[in-house]
Design a protein around this ligand. Structure first.
Ligand SMILES: *[C@@H]1O[C@H](CO)[C@@H](O)[C@H](O)[C@H]1NC(C)=O
Ligand SMILES: *[C@@H]1O[C@H](CO)[C@@H](O)[C@H](O)[C@H]1NC(C)=O
Ligand SMILES: *[C@@H]1O[C@H](CO)[C@@H](O)[C@H](O)[C@H]1NC(C)=O
Length: 301
């Protein structure tokens, strides 16, 4: 797997050390940084399909987005005091969200092991320990959970904020819509609290990892595949579709996600994953019938 191998301590680092970070960003996202402002599109109505994935293959999906909060160092470098102030801000913003979407904030220090595993929260990884985001764990870490579980908001876990929408019905359109709506609301509330989300000219939204600049958006779908993972054209197909395919704990389940977060709008990134999953499913079906997929290999996106 491709990893960036570095993180920023604060947003200013991207400007101060741009000679370094710009190269990392361009290499990871396979996209040139230009003087143009990155385009954004959170209008979920522009997404074509996504509620129509073949359920015999697609079993689960997850859309998540990360944001940094202006005036604070990233979790890789922030002090304990900053982290606690970020939690206070999150509490204020999320209280406003609760007026429209019922939910509650759960502090990691107050939550049981069962609650944490139910929310898919794991102990810090060795990578997280190395890059500093796990300092003082679990102090000032929290998860906000909507009552019907459609939305999770991680506070100070790996970034200042991470919104997650998971669905067992693999309905990417619904998950994407949930993220777009909640993200825009939180953006408004944070701006009202005079700590907007961190946005940089030319780069778009930035957080500690160069792997997430631009949109901060990850769309992933778990699909059942048997034949395609060993096919000789697989690497080429994934590269051209601009998607990743990662192994999971179960042998026949693969995690398909967007390769880059920079250089495409939010809708375009989601479209890449939706269209990619559909094509991979068609290929898998052809391989099941012993048919060739040579003529289905797409052009570079
Ligand atoms: C797929 O992998 C990404 C990281 O590469 C992870 O964030 C996501 O949760 C995984 N998706 C699912 C549906 O498990
Ligand atoms: C959760 O509630 C929100 C707001 O009422 C609604 O839009 C959404 O469809 C619900 N999601 C689920 C999974 O029930
Ligand atoms: C595909 O080929 C395999 C091995 O050659 C054979 O066992 C299987 O029945 C074939 N499947 C179809 C659908 O023709």
């Amino acid at each position: 797997p491709v990893a960036v191998g570095c993180v920023a301590g604060d947003a200013e680092s991207y400007i101060l050390f741009c000679d370094f970070f710009d190269r990392v960003i361009e290499a990871y996202h396979e996209q040139k940084i230009t003087s143009q402002t990155p385009e954004s599109d959170l209008n979920y109505d522009n997404l074509k399909g996504g509620d129509d994935l073949d359920r015999s293959y697609a079993v689960r999906c997850e859309v998540s987005v990360v944001r940094g909060i202006e005036d604070f160092c990233f979790p890789t470098h922030c002090s304990r005091g900053e982290r606690r102030r970020l939690l206070t801000l999150a509490r204020q913003a999320l209280q406003q969200l609760e007026q429209e979407l019922a939910g509650r904030l759960l502090l990691l220090t107050d939550s049981s092991q069962e609650q944490q595993s139910e929310l898919n929260l794991k102990a810090p990884t060795s990578f997280q320990l190395r890059i500093g985001v796990a300092r003082d764990w679990p102090d000032a870490r929290a998860v906000w959970v909507s009552e019907n579980r459609s939305l999770l908001v991680w506070v100070n876990i790996d970034e200042h904020l991470r919104l997650v929408s998971m669905r067992e019905d693999a309905n990417v359109a619904e998950a994407f819509q949930c993220i777009c709506i909640s993200l825009q609301k939180l953006e408004k509330y944070y701006r009202g609290l005079r700590h907007p989300f961190i946005w940089k000219q030319q780069l778009g939204w930035v957080t500690s990892s160069p792997a997430n600049v631009g949109t901060g958006l990850r769309i992933s779908v778990l699909i059942k595949l048997q034949h395609l993972p060993t096919h000789k054209h697989l690497k080429d197909v994934l590269k051209r579709l601009r998607i990743n395919m990662d192994k999971t704990d179960s042998p026949e389940l693969y995690n398909i996600s967007n390769m880059a977060t920079f250089g495409f709008t939010e809708v375009a990134l989601t479209q890449l994953v939706v269209d990619g999953v559909k094509l991979l499913t068609i290929m898998e079906k052809r391989l099941e019938g012993n048919l060739s997929i040579d003529e289905l290999v797409p052009a570079q996106k």
